[in-house]
Design a protein around this ligand. Structure first.
Ligand code: NIG
Ligand code: FE
Length: 412
Protein backbone atom coordinates (compact mmCIF):
# COMPACT_ATOMS: atom_id res chain seq x y z
CA UNK A 1 0.00 0.00 0.00
CA UNK A 2 1.18 3.48 -0.88
CA UNK A 3 -0.12 6.64 0.78
CA UNK A 4 0.57 9.83 -1.14
CA UNK A 5 0.21 13.59 -0.70
CA UNK A 6 0.33 13.31 3.10
CA UNK A 7 0.19 16.78 4.62
CA UNK A 8 2.28 15.61 7.58
CA UNK A 9 3.77 12.22 8.45
CA UNK A 10 3.89 12.34 12.25
CA UNK A 11 6.23 10.71 14.76
CA UNK A 12 9.34 9.92 12.72
CA UNK A 13 11.44 8.92 15.69
CA UNK A 14 14.54 6.92 14.79
CA UNK A 15 13.89 3.19 15.11
CA UNK A 16 16.44 2.83 17.90
CA UNK A 17 14.68 5.47 20.01
CA UNK A 18 12.58 3.36 22.37
CA UNK A 19 11.40 5.90 24.95
CA UNK A 20 11.36 9.69 25.26
CA UNK A 21 12.18 11.69 28.37
CA UNK A 22 12.62 15.34 29.35
CA UNK A 23 13.15 17.67 26.40
CA UNK A 24 12.87 14.81 23.92
CA UNK A 25 9.19 14.67 24.75
CA UNK A 26 8.67 18.01 22.99
CA UNK A 27 10.24 16.75 19.81
CA UNK A 28 7.68 15.20 17.48
CA UNK A 29 9.37 14.92 14.09
CA UNK A 30 6.98 15.50 11.16
CA UNK A 31 7.70 15.18 7.45
CA UNK A 32 5.52 17.50 5.41
CA UNK A 33 4.24 16.68 1.94
CA UNK A 34 5.16 13.05 2.21
CA UNK A 35 4.53 9.56 0.86
CA UNK A 36 4.59 6.32 2.83
CA UNK A 37 5.05 2.82 1.46
CA UNK A 38 3.81 -0.24 3.35
CA UNK A 39 4.75 -3.82 2.46
CA UNK A 40 4.00 -7.09 4.27
CA UNK A 41 2.39 -5.19 7.13
CA UNK A 42 5.52 -3.14 7.76
CA UNK A 43 6.65 0.39 7.00
CA UNK A 44 8.88 -0.10 3.99
CA UNK A 45 9.89 3.46 3.14
CA UNK A 46 8.79 7.09 3.15
CA UNK A 47 9.94 10.40 1.77
CA UNK A 48 9.02 13.75 0.33
CA UNK A 49 6.46 13.88 -2.53
CA UNK A 50 8.91 15.95 -4.57
CA UNK A 51 11.31 12.99 -4.47
CA UNK A 52 8.92 10.06 -4.84
CA UNK A 53 10.69 7.26 -6.80
CA UNK A 54 9.06 6.61 -10.19
CA UNK A 55 9.42 2.87 -9.53
CA UNK A 56 6.56 2.98 -6.97
CA UNK A 57 4.22 5.35 -8.76
CA UNK A 58 2.28 2.52 -10.39
CA UNK A 59 1.31 0.99 -7.00
CA UNK A 60 -2.32 1.27 -5.83
CA UNK A 61 -2.37 4.33 -3.61
CA UNK A 62 -4.47 6.21 -1.10
CA UNK A 63 -4.46 9.97 -1.46
CA UNK A 64 -4.09 11.78 1.88
CA UNK A 65 -4.27 15.35 0.66
CA UNK A 66 -4.66 17.75 3.60
CA UNK A 67 -4.43 14.87 6.03
CA UNK A 68 -1.95 13.73 8.66
CA UNK A 69 -0.73 10.17 9.22
CA UNK A 70 -0.05 9.22 12.83
CA UNK A 71 1.26 6.00 14.39
CA UNK A 72 -1.68 4.37 16.19
CA UNK A 73 -2.26 5.26 19.83
CA UNK A 74 -0.68 2.79 22.26
CA UNK A 75 -3.04 2.45 25.22
CA UNK A 76 -0.94 0.87 27.96
CA UNK A 77 -3.51 0.71 30.80
CA UNK A 78 -7.05 -0.65 30.49
CA UNK A 79 -9.53 -2.90 32.28
CA UNK A 80 -11.84 -3.66 29.34
CA UNK A 81 -12.89 -7.15 30.41
CA UNK A 82 -15.87 -6.57 32.69
CA UNK A 83 -19.39 -7.92 32.98
CA UNK A 84 -21.48 -4.79 33.44
CA UNK A 85 -21.35 -1.03 33.47
CA UNK A 86 -21.78 0.82 36.80
CA UNK A 87 -23.74 3.91 35.94
CA UNK A 88 -25.68 3.62 39.23
CA UNK A 89 -22.45 4.79 40.88
CA UNK A 90 -22.36 7.71 38.47
CA UNK A 91 -25.49 9.08 40.12
CA UNK A 92 -23.99 8.54 43.62
CA UNK A 93 -20.86 10.37 42.55
CA UNK A 94 -22.90 13.31 41.30
CA UNK A 95 -24.61 13.43 44.71
CA UNK A 96 -21.16 13.89 46.23
CA UNK A 97 -20.07 10.39 47.31
CA UNK A 98 -16.33 9.78 46.92
CA UNK A 99 -14.70 6.82 45.17
CA UNK A 100 -13.75 5.39 48.60
CA UNK A 101 -17.28 5.86 49.99
CA UNK A 102 -18.85 4.13 47.00
CA UNK A 103 -16.41 1.23 47.37
CA UNK A 104 -17.14 1.00 51.12
CA UNK A 105 -20.90 0.90 50.36
CA UNK A 106 -20.49 -2.28 48.31
CA UNK A 107 -19.97 -0.54 45.00
CA UNK A 108 -16.65 -0.25 43.28
CA UNK A 109 -14.39 -3.13 42.36
CA UNK A 110 -16.28 -5.67 44.50
CA UNK A 111 -19.48 -4.81 42.67
CA UNK A 112 -17.78 -5.55 39.34
CA UNK A 113 -16.29 -8.74 40.78
CA UNK A 114 -19.71 -10.01 41.88
CA UNK A 115 -21.10 -9.42 38.40
CA UNK A 116 -18.13 -11.04 36.70
CA UNK A 117 -18.44 -14.24 38.76
CA UNK A 118 -21.75 -14.93 37.04
CA UNK A 119 -20.67 -14.09 33.50
CA UNK A 120 -19.43 -16.79 31.13
CA UNK A 121 -16.13 -16.59 29.33
CA UNK A 122 -18.00 -16.21 26.04
CA UNK A 123 -20.10 -13.32 27.33
CA UNK A 124 -17.01 -11.55 28.63
CA UNK A 125 -15.19 -12.11 25.35
CA UNK A 126 -18.13 -10.72 23.36
CA UNK A 127 -18.54 -7.56 25.42
CA UNK A 128 -14.79 -6.88 25.60
CA UNK A 129 -14.57 -7.38 21.82
CA UNK A 130 -17.18 -4.69 21.25
CA UNK A 131 -15.21 -2.28 23.47
CA UNK A 132 -11.92 -3.11 21.81
CA UNK A 133 -13.33 -2.67 18.31
CA UNK A 134 -14.61 0.74 19.29
CA UNK A 135 -11.20 1.70 20.73
CA UNK A 136 -9.46 0.60 17.53
CA UNK A 137 -11.88 2.70 15.47
CA UNK A 138 -10.84 5.63 17.68
CA UNK A 139 -7.20 5.12 16.69
CA UNK A 140 -5.79 2.64 19.22
CA UNK A 141 -3.41 0.12 17.66
CA UNK A 142 -1.91 -1.58 20.74
CA UNK A 143 -3.41 -2.20 24.16
CA UNK A 144 -2.75 -3.58 27.63
CA UNK A 145 -5.62 -5.27 29.47
CA UNK A 146 -5.78 -6.19 33.15
CA UNK A 147 -7.58 -8.85 35.13
CA UNK A 148 -8.69 -7.78 38.60
CA UNK A 149 -12.47 -8.16 38.57
CA UNK A 150 -12.20 -11.88 39.29
CA UNK A 151 -10.66 -11.98 42.76
CA UNK A 152 -11.01 -15.78 42.95
CA UNK A 153 -8.74 -18.38 41.37
CA UNK A 154 -11.38 -19.38 38.81
CA UNK A 155 -12.54 -15.89 37.91
CA UNK A 156 -9.07 -14.37 37.61
CA UNK A 157 -8.14 -17.20 35.25
CA UNK A 158 -11.42 -16.71 33.40
CA UNK A 159 -10.55 -13.04 32.81
CA UNK A 160 -7.02 -13.83 31.67
CA UNK A 161 -8.33 -16.51 29.30
CA UNK A 162 -10.61 -13.89 27.77
CA UNK A 163 -7.59 -11.64 27.25
CA UNK A 164 -5.75 -14.57 25.61
CA UNK A 165 -8.67 -15.02 23.23
CA UNK A 166 -8.66 -11.29 22.42
CA UNK A 167 -4.94 -11.59 21.61
CA UNK A 168 -5.75 -14.23 19.03
CA UNK A 169 -8.85 -12.55 17.63
CA UNK A 170 -7.58 -8.99 17.10
CA UNK A 171 -4.95 -7.71 14.66
CA UNK A 172 -3.16 -5.59 17.28
CA UNK A 173 -0.64 -6.42 20.01
CA UNK A 174 -2.27 -7.02 23.39
CA UNK A 175 -0.47 -7.37 26.74
CA UNK A 176 -2.13 -9.10 29.69
CA UNK A 177 -1.62 -7.96 33.26
CA UNK A 178 -2.51 -10.03 36.33
CA UNK A 179 -4.26 -7.77 38.86
CA UNK A 180 -5.77 -10.07 41.46
CA UNK A 181 -4.45 -7.56 44.02
CA UNK A 182 -7.08 -5.04 42.97
CA UNK A 183 -9.25 -5.24 46.13
CA UNK A 184 -9.72 -7.63 49.04
CA UNK A 185 -12.74 -9.88 48.43
CA UNK A 186 -15.30 -9.71 51.24
CA UNK A 187 -14.37 -13.20 52.45
CA UNK A 188 -10.82 -11.95 53.12
CA UNK A 189 -11.76 -8.54 54.52
CA UNK A 190 -10.15 -9.39 57.84
CA UNK A 191 -7.63 -11.87 56.53
CA UNK A 192 -5.42 -10.00 54.11
CA UNK A 193 -2.59 -12.50 54.36
CA UNK A 194 -5.04 -15.28 53.45
CA UNK A 195 -5.85 -13.56 50.15
CA UNK A 196 -2.20 -12.75 49.45
CA UNK A 197 -1.37 -16.42 50.05
CA UNK A 198 -4.10 -17.37 47.58
CA UNK A 199 -2.58 -15.03 44.98
CA UNK A 200 0.94 -16.30 45.59
CA UNK A 201 0.34 -20.01 46.12
CA UNK A 202 -2.71 -20.72 43.97
CA UNK A 203 -3.16 -18.11 41.28
CA UNK A 204 0.41 -17.25 40.26
CA UNK A 205 1.60 -20.83 39.62
CA UNK A 206 -1.48 -21.62 37.51
CA UNK A 207 -1.29 -18.41 35.52
CA UNK A 208 2.43 -18.84 34.91
CA UNK A 209 2.00 -22.46 33.84
CA UNK A 210 -0.63 -21.44 31.30
CA UNK A 211 1.35 -18.33 30.28
CA UNK A 212 -1.70 -16.17 30.82
CA UNK A 213 0.02 -12.95 31.95
CA UNK A 214 2.81 -10.65 30.80
CA UNK A 215 2.82 -8.33 33.83
CA UNK A 216 1.71 -8.12 37.45
CA UNK A 217 -0.18 -5.20 38.98
CA UNK A 218 -1.25 -4.18 42.49
CA UNK A 219 -3.62 -1.40 43.53
CA UNK A 220 -1.31 0.03 46.19
CA UNK A 221 -3.49 2.49 48.09
CA UNK A 222 -4.93 3.22 51.50
CA UNK A 223 -7.88 0.86 52.00
CA UNK A 224 -6.57 -1.50 49.31
CA UNK A 225 -3.04 -2.99 49.33
CA UNK A 226 -0.34 -1.59 51.61
CA UNK A 227 3.26 -1.00 50.58
CA UNK A 228 4.40 -4.15 52.44
CA UNK A 229 1.64 -6.24 50.87
CA UNK A 230 2.52 -4.83 47.44
CA UNK A 231 6.19 -5.69 47.93
CA UNK A 232 5.33 -9.25 48.86
CA UNK A 233 3.12 -9.73 45.79
CA UNK A 234 5.58 -8.13 43.36
CA UNK A 235 8.41 -10.30 44.66
CA UNK A 236 6.29 -13.41 44.18
CA UNK A 237 5.41 -12.29 40.63
CA UNK A 238 9.08 -11.75 39.82
CA UNK A 239 9.75 -15.44 40.56
CA UNK A 240 7.52 -16.20 37.58
CA UNK A 241 9.09 -13.51 35.38
CA UNK A 242 6.16 -11.10 35.71
CA UNK A 243 7.36 -7.50 35.75
CA UNK A 244 5.31 -4.93 37.66
CA UNK A 245 3.08 -2.22 36.22
CA UNK A 246 1.32 -0.84 39.23
CA UNK A 247 -1.56 1.40 40.32
CA UNK A 248 0.29 4.05 42.31
CA UNK A 249 -0.65 7.28 44.11
CA UNK A 250 -4.16 7.52 42.68
CA UNK A 251 -5.77 8.80 45.86
CA UNK A 252 -2.78 9.53 48.12
CA UNK A 253 1.01 9.61 48.25
CA UNK A 254 1.31 6.09 49.57
CA UNK A 255 4.87 4.88 49.02
CA UNK A 256 3.60 2.93 46.01
CA UNK A 257 6.03 4.56 43.61
CA UNK A 258 9.02 3.78 45.81
CA UNK A 259 8.06 0.11 46.19
CA UNK A 260 7.41 -0.15 42.45
CA UNK A 261 10.77 1.37 41.56
CA UNK A 262 12.49 -0.93 44.04
CA UNK A 263 10.88 -3.88 42.24
CA UNK A 264 11.94 -2.53 38.82
CA UNK A 265 8.46 -1.70 37.60
CA UNK A 266 7.97 -1.05 33.89
CA UNK A 267 5.51 1.68 34.80
CA UNK A 268 3.75 3.37 37.68
CA UNK A 269 0.28 4.37 36.65
CA UNK A 270 -2.08 7.15 37.85
CA UNK A 271 0.17 9.45 39.97
CA UNK A 272 -2.63 11.91 40.62
CA UNK A 273 -0.82 12.56 43.91
CA UNK A 274 2.94 13.12 43.97
CA UNK A 275 5.53 14.92 46.06
CA UNK A 276 9.25 15.57 45.72
CA UNK A 277 10.15 12.11 47.06
CA UNK A 278 7.96 10.46 44.44
CA UNK A 279 9.69 12.42 41.71
CA UNK A 280 13.16 11.75 43.15
CA UNK A 281 12.54 8.03 43.30
CA UNK A 282 11.38 7.91 39.66
CA UNK A 283 14.20 10.12 38.48
CA UNK A 284 16.80 7.49 39.18
CA UNK A 285 14.94 4.65 37.51
CA UNK A 286 13.78 3.41 34.12
CA UNK A 287 10.17 3.29 35.27
CA UNK A 288 7.66 5.12 33.08
CA UNK A 289 5.06 7.43 34.62
CA UNK A 290 1.74 6.55 32.97
CA UNK A 291 -0.86 9.26 33.48
CA UNK A 292 -4.60 8.64 33.13
CA UNK A 293 -6.28 12.03 32.92
CA UNK A 294 -9.72 10.76 31.94
CA UNK A 295 -9.85 9.00 35.32
CA UNK A 296 -9.19 12.34 37.07
CA UNK A 297 -11.78 13.97 34.83
CA UNK A 298 -14.46 11.39 35.61
CA UNK A 299 -13.81 11.00 39.35
CA UNK A 300 -13.15 14.67 39.93
CA UNK A 301 -9.83 13.93 41.63
CA UNK A 302 -6.51 15.76 41.09
CA UNK A 303 -4.80 15.77 37.73
CA UNK A 304 -1.24 14.44 37.68
CA UNK A 305 1.65 16.88 37.69
CA UNK A 306 2.93 16.04 34.20
CA UNK A 307 5.03 19.17 33.93
CA UNK A 308 7.14 18.37 37.01
CA UNK A 309 7.58 14.76 35.90
CA UNK A 310 8.74 15.83 32.43
CA UNK A 311 10.99 18.52 33.91
CA UNK A 312 12.60 15.83 36.07
CA UNK A 313 13.46 13.80 32.94
CA UNK A 314 10.96 11.06 33.73
CA UNK A 315 9.32 9.43 30.67
CA UNK A 316 5.59 10.17 30.70
CA UNK A 317 3.00 8.01 28.91
CA UNK A 318 -0.73 8.65 28.52
CA UNK A 319 -3.37 5.89 28.65
CA UNK A 320 -7.13 5.61 29.10
CA UNK A 321 -7.65 3.36 32.18
CA UNK A 322 -10.92 2.25 30.50
CA UNK A 323 -12.94 0.51 33.27
CA UNK A 324 -16.54 0.57 34.48
CA UNK A 325 -15.85 2.38 37.78
CA UNK A 326 -13.42 5.23 37.36
CA UNK A 327 -13.10 5.74 33.59
CA UNK A 328 -15.92 4.50 31.38
CA UNK A 329 -14.13 5.56 28.18
CA UNK A 330 -11.45 4.09 25.94
CA UNK A 331 -11.02 7.14 23.76
CA UNK A 332 -7.33 8.02 23.44
CA UNK A 333 -8.16 11.19 21.48
CA UNK A 334 -9.91 12.56 24.55
CA UNK A 335 -6.96 11.48 26.73
CA UNK A 336 -4.58 13.41 24.47
CA UNK A 337 -6.89 16.44 24.68
CA UNK A 338 -6.96 16.22 28.47
CA UNK A 339 -3.18 15.76 28.48
CA UNK A 340 -3.00 19.20 26.89
CA UNK A 341 -5.92 20.93 28.56
CA UNK A 342 -5.57 19.59 32.12
CA UNK A 343 -2.00 18.28 32.39
CA UNK A 344 -0.67 21.30 30.49
CA UNK A 345 1.33 19.20 28.08
CA UNK A 346 2.09 20.70 24.70
CA UNK A 347 0.37 18.83 21.83
CA UNK A 348 3.73 17.31 20.77
CA UNK A 349 4.39 16.04 24.30
CA UNK A 350 0.90 14.58 24.63
CA UNK A 351 1.14 12.82 21.27
CA UNK A 352 4.57 11.38 22.12
CA UNK A 353 3.19 10.20 25.46
CA UNK A 354 0.33 8.43 23.68
CA UNK A 355 2.45 6.78 20.98
CA UNK A 356 6.11 5.94 21.63
CA UNK A 357 6.03 6.15 25.43
CA UNK A 358 2.77 4.17 25.51
CA UNK A 359 4.47 1.50 23.42
CA UNK A 360 7.46 1.59 25.79
CA UNK A 361 5.11 1.05 28.75
CA UNK A 362 4.13 -2.24 27.05
CA UNK A 363 7.72 -3.03 25.97
CA UNK A 364 6.74 -3.01 22.29
CA UNK A 365 8.43 0.21 21.18
CA UNK A 366 10.85 -1.83 19.03
CA UNK A 367 7.96 -2.45 16.66
CA UNK A 368 5.26 0.13 17.45
CA UNK A 369 4.80 3.76 18.45
CA UNK A 370 6.58 5.66 15.69
CA UNK A 371 6.96 5.85 11.92
CA UNK A 372 10.26 4.16 11.10
CA UNK A 373 11.33 1.75 8.39
CA UNK A 374 10.76 -1.82 9.57
CA UNK A 375 8.13 -0.96 12.18
CA UNK A 376 4.57 -2.35 12.02
CA UNK A 377 2.21 -0.31 9.88
CA UNK A 378 -0.41 0.42 12.57
CA UNK A 379 -1.47 3.94 11.70
CA UNK A 380 -4.37 6.29 11.33
CA UNK A 381 -5.07 8.91 8.71
CA UNK A 382 -6.85 12.01 9.95
CA UNK A 383 -9.51 14.09 8.29
CA UNK A 384 -8.13 17.20 6.65
CA UNK A 385 -6.69 19.30 9.54
CA UNK A 386 -4.86 22.62 9.68
CA UNK A 387 -2.15 21.37 12.09
CA UNK A 388 -1.44 18.50 14.50
CA UNK A 389 -2.53 20.68 17.44
CA UNK A 390 -6.01 20.69 15.90
CA UNK A 391 -6.47 17.06 16.99
CA UNK A 392 -6.33 17.67 20.79
CA UNK A 393 -7.80 21.16 20.36
CA UNK A 394 -11.03 19.89 18.80
CA UNK A 395 -11.81 17.70 21.83
CA UNK A 396 -14.82 15.44 21.70
CA UNK A 397 -14.89 15.38 17.92
CA UNK A 398 -13.03 12.66 16.08
CA UNK A 399 -10.42 13.72 13.57
CA UNK A 400 -9.69 10.14 12.54
CA UNK A 401 -10.85 9.03 9.11
CA UNK A 402 -8.99 5.81 8.23
CA UNK A 403 -7.48 3.09 10.40
CA UNK A 404 -4.64 0.96 9.06
CA UNK A 405 -3.49 -2.13 10.94
CA UNK A 406 -0.65 -4.28 9.65
CA UNK A 407 -0.85 -2.34 6.41
CA UNK A 408 -4.53 -3.03 5.85
CA UNK A 409 -7.54 -0.79 6.19
CA UNK A 410 -9.59 -1.75 9.25
CA UNK A 411 -13.33 -1.18 9.22
CA UNK A 412 -14.31 -2.98 12.44
O1 NIG B 1 -7.56 2.28 37.67
N1 NIG B 1 -7.80 2.13 40.90
C1 NIG B 1 -8.08 0.99 40.70
N2 NIG B 1 -8.62 0.47 39.61
C2 NIG B 1 -9.36 1.18 38.63
C3 NIG B 1 -10.76 1.41 39.04
C4 NIG B 1 -11.45 0.17 39.19
C5 NIG B 1 -12.94 0.28 39.47
O2 NIG B 1 -13.41 1.22 40.11
O3 NIG B 1 -13.61 -0.64 39.01
C6 NIG B 1 -8.64 2.43 38.22
O4 NIG B 1 -9.11 3.55 38.40
FE1 FE C 1 -6.57 1.19 36.32
Amino acid sequence: MLITNIKGLVGLHPKEKLVLRGREMSDLPILENAWLLIEDGLIKDFGKMSEIPSSILHLPSTDAEGRYVFPSWCDSHTHIVFAASREEEFAMKIQGKTYEEIAAAGGGILNSAAKLQNATEDELFESASIRLKQMILQGTGAVEIKSGYGLTVESEIKMLRVISRLKKAFPIPIKATFLAAHAYPTAFKDNHQGYIDLIINEMLPKIAAQKLADYIDVFCEKGFFSVEETDQILKAGAKYGLKPKIHANQLSVSGAVEVAVKNKAISVDHLEETNQETIDSLKNSNTIATLLPSCSFYLGISFADAKSLIAADIPVALATDFNPGSTPSGNMNFVVSLGCIKLKMQPEQAVNAAILNGAAAMEISNDYGSIAVGKRANLFITKPMPSIAYLPYSFGETQIETIILNGEIYNG
